[in-house]
Write a protein that binds this ligand. Structure first.
Ligand code: SF4
Length: 248
């Protein structure tokens, strides 16, 4: 790879694939026009080499798709994990990880799991091709593997797309995340797409909540932000959407 930079790259997102094993109702992946693709293995290795050569200090091994469905993903990222770079991944944790995959996951600084609720039925409706128990099993198994390997376990982060249907159970989600020693919960804004084919369930924007519901949500978010401990990370678009809807 012959790309050179005149600036210091502090963070890189390394997208090995934009394909996904899930079809979440609110995601572009579920739209009929979506086309994912894999990075060819030689190109993936070249990107990895470039990141190492340029001493990029933080690497997120994810773009839009699910990295762990790519055959040989552990081998592709191994050179990065053996370097001084801080490596992170975003995964839906839907698959059952093999031993080699678990050991690779243990070497990451942080693992962000996309999970929007701890209500099992709602999780299944939103994610469509996975169950909440897969996420809980993945967290426990990765921690157990790290313990067996005598490694410090990766930090776990939950990434939650917040909409009208999962906002009523948000407080329960945050309380359980704290109990599970989740480092941070990221609340992400919903990007609206048409209802995907073969789906009868939609995650609607927060603006469809009633004013009392919005006010309760606003109060809950404010109670977490005053603690300033970094546990809750709210996308600014969520606060703007709530404030705008309350002001209407
Ligand atoms: S897991 Fe992520 S990329 Fe895959 S369908 Fe769901 S939201 Fe989209």
């Amino acid at each position: 790879m012959s790309v050179t930079t005149q600036f210091k790259c502090g963070w890189a997102h390394f997208e090995i694939t934009s394909n996904c094993n899930l079809a979440c109702v609110y995601c572009a992946v579920s739209q009929p026009w979506y086309q994912g693709m894999n990075l060819a293995e030689d190109k993936a290795r070249a990107v990895s080499h470039w990141l190492l050569k340029n001493n990029v200090p933080n690497i997120n091994i994810n773009g839009h798709g699910e990295t762990t469905i790519v055959k040989g993903w552990t081998k592709i990222i191994e050179p990065l994990l053996s370097s001084s770079a801080r490596c992170h991944i975003i995964t839906n944790a839907a698959k059952s990880f093999g031993q080699e995959e678990l050991e690779t996951l243990c070497k990451l600084n942080s693992i962000t799991i996309s999970c929007d609720t701890f209500d099992a039925a709602l999780y299944a409706s939103l994610r469509r091709k996975s169950q909440l128990r897969n996420v809980l099993d993945a967290i426990a198994t990765i921690r157990d593997t790290a313990k067996r390997l005598k490694r410090k376990p990766p930090k776990f982060i939950l990434s939650c797309v917040l909409g009208a249907e999962n906002s009523p159970s948000l407080e329960d989600f945050l309380l359980k995340a704290r109990c599970m020693d989740i480092k941070t919960v990221q609340l992400c804004s919903l990007t609206e797409y048409p209802l995907p084919p073969e789906s009868d369930f939609k995650l609607n924007p927060l603006s469809t909540l009633s004013k009392p519901e919005l006010a309760r949500l606003n109060e809950l978010l404010a109670s977490y932000t005053v603690t300033q401990d970094g546990f809750l990370n709210i996308h600014p678009g969520i606060l703007t959407e709530i404030q705008t809807s309350l002001a209407c």
